[in-house]
Design a protein around this ligand. Structure first.
Ligand SMILES: [Zn+2]
Ligand SMILES: [Zn+2]
Length: 324
């Protein structure tokens, strides 16, 4: 499928695959027919190329910008919400997003606050200073994607949207991001899974200061496992079936990762950054180093809460060992 191309993936629901400037090549935006106009699920990344591709796809579908009445953001990662401000300008649509995403965006949009937040997290993970500097540069470049957004409605989960395909329900699935939401059409068993369930990759789960991010993510997976789903419409990649198998694989992936981490820190005490270097042995850029360190820290934090590992402070960093 060419990026910018659109295909009908459920009754009057169109998947628009948009280009990304990163390793992860494309993101899906869904145009969902409502009784009156359309809802857009996510917007794509904040590049001119992506904006033009979205405009061309909508035009190809015979949808005018002004036909879009609602923009719903699954979560505020730049590939999903980077174009939101521009799309809202073009459409005059209402914006819905989860309350926790709005709060997170407030931090991200504030350069000083975000840098401080990030510096603290990277110190805790034991990332060496030269690499931290490279990460800061990458995030400086990305900060334009984190413009503040003021939603007309802050979601909590359970809100409904009357679509032509049937009523859609928002489902709060925290973990990959604190206010990540999926959309579920119960009668047809269609789940718009955002980044929560993907067919070929597992989404990054980053450490959060105030809660067990991995525990939240795994809890969201188990909750989705209980839903009757015939077709998953993910944010990356084509539609797929077999959501329980994929949820099961993803749960086992994280169990296996916890097991590997315990094995590594049983050999020698390690920081989260050192654990990440054992788990990801390929050569990585600064951004992927960041994700790897934050994901390792999220796993260690999760295991510590379950009494499986313990940490001690060494300078600003946490050093990890198996629980006695
Ligand atoms: Zn994401
Ligand atoms: Zn994504």
């Amino acid at each position: 499928m060419n990026t910018g191309a659109a295909e009908e993936v459920a009754q009057e629901v169109y998947r628009i695959e948009l280009p990304l400037p990163w390793e992860l090549e494309t993101v899906n935006v869904y145009a969902i027919r409502l009784e009156d106009g359309y809802a857009l699920l996510d917007t794509g990344v904040g590049t001119q190329e992506c904006f033009e591709a979205l405009g061309a796809s909508l035009e190809g579908l015979g949808i005018a910008w002004s036909d879009i009445r609602l923009v719903l953001i699954t979560h505020t990662h730049p590939d999903h919400s980077g174009l939101a401000a521009r799309v809202l300008d073009a459409t005059g649509a209402k914006l819905w997003m989860h309350a926790a995403e709005r709060e997170q965006l407030r931090i991200y949009a504030d350069a000083g606050r975000h840098e401080q937040w990030q510096a603290g997290a990277l110190e805790l993970a034991g990332v060496p200073e030269p690499l931290r500097q490279r990460m800061r540069k990458v995030f400086e470049g990305m900060r334009v994607s984190f413009a503040r957004l003021e939603p007309e409605r802050e979601l909590r989960g359970g809100e409904t949207i009357p679509a032509r395909m049937g009523q859609l329900e928002t489902v709060w699935t925290p973990g990959h991001s604190p206010g990540h939401v999926c959309l579920y059409q119960r009668e047809s068993g269609v789940l718009f899974s955002g980044d929560q369930v993907l067919e070929r990759i597992t989404p990054n789960v980053s450490w959060q200061p105030d809660h067990d991010a991995l525990g939240s993510y795994l809890g969201s997976l188990r909750m989705l496992e209980g839903l009757e789903v015939r077709r998953v419409l993910p944010s990356h990649g084509p539609p797929f079936a077999g959501h329980r198998e994929r949820v099961g694989e993803t749960l086992r992936h994280h169990e296996e990762r916890c097991r590997q981490i315990r094995g590594h820190i049983a050999q020698a005490e390690m920081t989260a950054h050192e654990v990440a270097a054992k788990l990801w042995t390929r050569k990585m850029g600064a951004l992927n180093h960041y994700f790897a360190a934050m994901e390792s820290l999220a796993h260690l934090d999760h295991m510590e809460r379950r009494g499986q590992v313990r940490s001690r402070q060494d300078g600003g960093a946490l050093v990890w060992a198996p629980a006695a």
